[in-house]
Ligand binder design. Structure first.
Ligand code: ATP
Ligand code: MG
Length: 677
């Protein structure tokens, strides 16, 4: 289905805030004439490049030379590649660095262990406040090798799929890298998924091996991971072995497939010869978060993915040698893959592993950690920012956050209120806030305010600029690119980049149908976007969520942004419901900040009036359901598919709810919804 955000909304009713901040970027000397927020030595070999714009243009028009140069200087190869790329967007074909041989674990660990063995690779911020474990590159190498040898000793071979179901921990990172070392394909399943969801993913991947942990602990709550694995095993007879590491060491039900990981590692050799992998061999598969339906096992390969993760981690976050970098995502999501593990470790960085939740033991947890570990870059999600701002500023202000330089946001559009709080309260007005738009499928950040020219401003609540090699296009429903000011369209990418997904595991047709066939010649992201000031990209939400009210097309994010700004509102989600005259009408779900009563007089009236004034009369939600919480996926995203059903009154037909974080939220909403009829 091809949808487009038409240009029918009168421009006066578009609310685009352009509050220009002059963001201060620390002066940073570099030996090149071009002034980038983060210097890039390779620029010297790009002829004619004298400005940031030149450099970006070079990455598009001389894409092969741009990436070839970086691949040679930033990756360690066993054998050089002979062809930089073989890509054809019209048929969804992507191959990078053909003929090259390398090993991702060598790139992420060995080379740093050789040059800098005592450098801290991982800082584990355990769930228990103030308990850290530090792992040097040398120690990580030994962990990876022992784990890799344990896998090999039990019969795991190159190309085998290994399911990893573990809490955020050094051993989980070692498990991913051990798979990379021996050429096994990891499929990390977020250790919060149910037995059914885990079983579905194990079966889809055809995994015979699981690596898991006895228990997980998050926010002080114990999750019996091994028992969940046991329940999944009943549905997956093809699983041959379950490696078990220990977190709490409490008892669990054993099966005859169990192998004690600690024991196996202690017996295994401490060095494991890395397997020489082809650039295009599979590195991992990862299921998307499941906001929109049946999860897709997105496939990434070796060299292109690693290079793209490394480049984006370095340039988007202005990562400099010696920084302490923290991405608080779980390793079970792509953000954890690219920005906790592969990007930072590829760059030889110190990466923080955050095992806990933002409100444990209190809503100051993140900031307590930033002060203690002297963190320079913090990368989190809007859902957490919105949650924390409900509790006010005091939990932030009591900590010294002066080490912070860059604050990142990912996962959903970051609304203005959250952006400003992040910028002003957390960043004290001094940090670059980078709203990063990307997807499991893009492998790494695709649109983001940084890098840029030194000193360039950042527009609030917009990812703004394409990363090197990325050429976004807004495409209309006729499949043609929309050019010119203020166009709303499907957010597509026009040119290939090394981190792009190669396929959906076992279903290449679905891959082509989803991403390459809707707009021939383009990669279609599924999201809508617009340009502000005819220059900067802003994401308007998922195309499935675009509303068509009396012929006016409107992204849900626009109405949500206004509702979110109301002083009493914590979070808002807007979906469309059928309407006999207008065709469709907005229906809003709103949760309130701490201490605000659901009965507050005229709240609904105030919200409607805000939307009328700041967006348009036609955008005013016909109904507003006020509740204590919104349904979220386990990665913290609002689950709109279910809200659409609830809004339509289809409370008994909600579809697959296995990726919901807390099903009771839906039950409460369903009860409230029934009362509204
Ligand atoms: P599924 O594809 O299974 O529905 P998902 O799309 O939530 O799950 P991810 O790949 O984790 O899975 O998320 C990518 C999506 O998240 C993007 O397509 C976009 O809708 C949203 N997103 C991520 N970052 C941003 C951002 N900075 N601004 C707006 N939306 C974002
Ligand atoms: Mg998606």
């Amino acid at each position: 289905m091809i949808l487009s955000l038409s240009k029918q909304i009168p421009s006066a009713s578009r609310k685009i805030k352009l509050q220009w901040f002059s963001v201060t970027t620390a002066p940073y000397s570099h030996g090149h004439e071009i002034k980038l927020t983060t210097p890039m030595p390779e620029v010297a070999s790009f002829k004619g490049v004298t400005s940031y714009t030149d450099l970006y243009n070079y990455s598009i028009t001389n894409s092969n030379h741009f990436w070839e140069t970086h691949a040679k200087s930033r990756l360690k190869w066993f054998e050089p590649f002979h062809t930089t790329s073989e890509c054809d967007m019209s048929v969804g074909k992507a191959k990078w660095f053909l003929g090259g041989k390398l090993n991702v674990s060598v790139n992420c660990v060995d080379r740093h262990a050789q040059t800098n063995p005592d450098k801290i690779a991982l800082i584990w911020e355990k769930d228990e406040l103030g308990q850290n474990e530090f792992v040097t590159y040398q120690q990580l190498l030994e962990m990876v090798c022992r784990l890799a040898n344990s896998l090999v000793d039990s019969g795991v071979r190159k190309g085998d799929r290994v399911a990893i179901y573990m809490p955020v921990s050094p051993i989980a990172v070692a498990a991913m890298l051990a798979c990379a070392r021996i050429g096994a394909v990891h499929s990390v399943v977020f250790a919060g998924f149910s037995a059914d969801a885990l079983a579905q993913r194990i079966k889809d991947a055809g995994a015979e091996t699981i690596i898991t942990t006895d228990q997980a602990v998050r926010g002080g709550k114990v999750i019996e991971l091994k028992n969940i694995v046991n329940a999944a095993l009943v549905q997956c007879p093809s699983v041959k072995r379950v490696f078990l590491s220990h977190r709490l060491g409490k008892s669990y039900a054993r099966t005859d497939k169990d192998i004690d990981l600690d024991e196996a590692m202690s017996k295994a050799d401490k060095y494991c010869e890395p397997v020489s992998m082809d650039s295009e061999d599979l590195l991992f598969m990862l299921y998307t978060s499941g906001s929109t339906g049946k999860p897709k096992g997105i496939v990434h390969t070796q060299a292109g993915y690693l290079l793209y993760a490394m480049m984006t981690q370095k340039y988007v976050f202005d990562y400099r040698d010696g920084d302490i970098y923290a991405c608080v995502a779980d390793v079970g999501w792509i953000t954890g893959h690219s920005y906790v593990v592969y990007g930072p470790l590829g760059n030889g960085a110190t990466s923080v592993l955050f095992e806990s939740v933002p409100t444990y033991p209190d809503p100051g947890r993140y900031w307590n950690m930033v002060e203690r570990l002297r963190i320079n870059q913090f990368y989190g999600a809007p859902t957490a920012i919105r949650l924390l701002l409900r509790y006010g500023d005091s939990y932030v202000k009591k900590y010294d956050l002066s080490t912070l330089r860059v604050l990142g946001s990912v996962g959903e559009p970051i609304n203005h209120e959250a952006w400003e709080w992040y910028h002003n309260v957390v960043g004290n007005g001094k940090c670059d806030v980078v709203d990063t738009w990307w997807q499991t499928e893009t492998g790494g950040i695709a649109i983001t305010p940084r890098p840029s020219s030194l000193g360039d401003v950042i527009v609030p609540s917009a990812p703004m600029r394409p990363f090197f090699g990325i050429q976004p296009a807004l495409v209309g429903e006729d499949g043609k690119e929309l050019v010119g000011g203020d166009s709303d369209g499907a957010c597509c990418l026009k040119t290939p980049w090394p981190g792009m997904a190669r396929t959906i595991y076992g279903d290449h047709e679905r891959f082509l149908d989803t991403y390459y066939r809707p707009y021939p010649g383009y990669y279609f992201s599924g999201d809508g976007a617009r340009k502000i000031e005819n220059e900067f990209f802003q994401i308007t939400g998922r195309m499935d969520d675009v509303l068509n009210i009396s012929g006016h097309r409107l992204g849900t994010a626009e109405i949500e942004d206004i509702l979110d700004e109301h002083v009493d509102v914590a979070e808002a989600a807007v979906v469309g419901v059928p309407h006999h005259i207008k065709g469709e009408e907005a229906f809003a779900f709103v949760s309130l900040k701490e201490g605000v009563s659901k009965q507050k007089v005229n709240l609904v009236g105030e919200l409607k009036s805000d939307v009328r004034q700041k967006v348009a009369a036609f955008a005013v939600p016909g109904q507003i359901l006020i509740s204590d919480a919104l349904p979220k996926t386990r990665s913290g995203k609002i689950m709109r598919r279910i809200l659409r059903k609830l809004a339509a009154g289809e409370v008994n037909d909600l579809g697959d709810t296995s990726t919901l974080a807390d099903p009771t939220v839906v039950e409460r909403l369903a009860a409230e919804r029934l009362k509204m009829k």
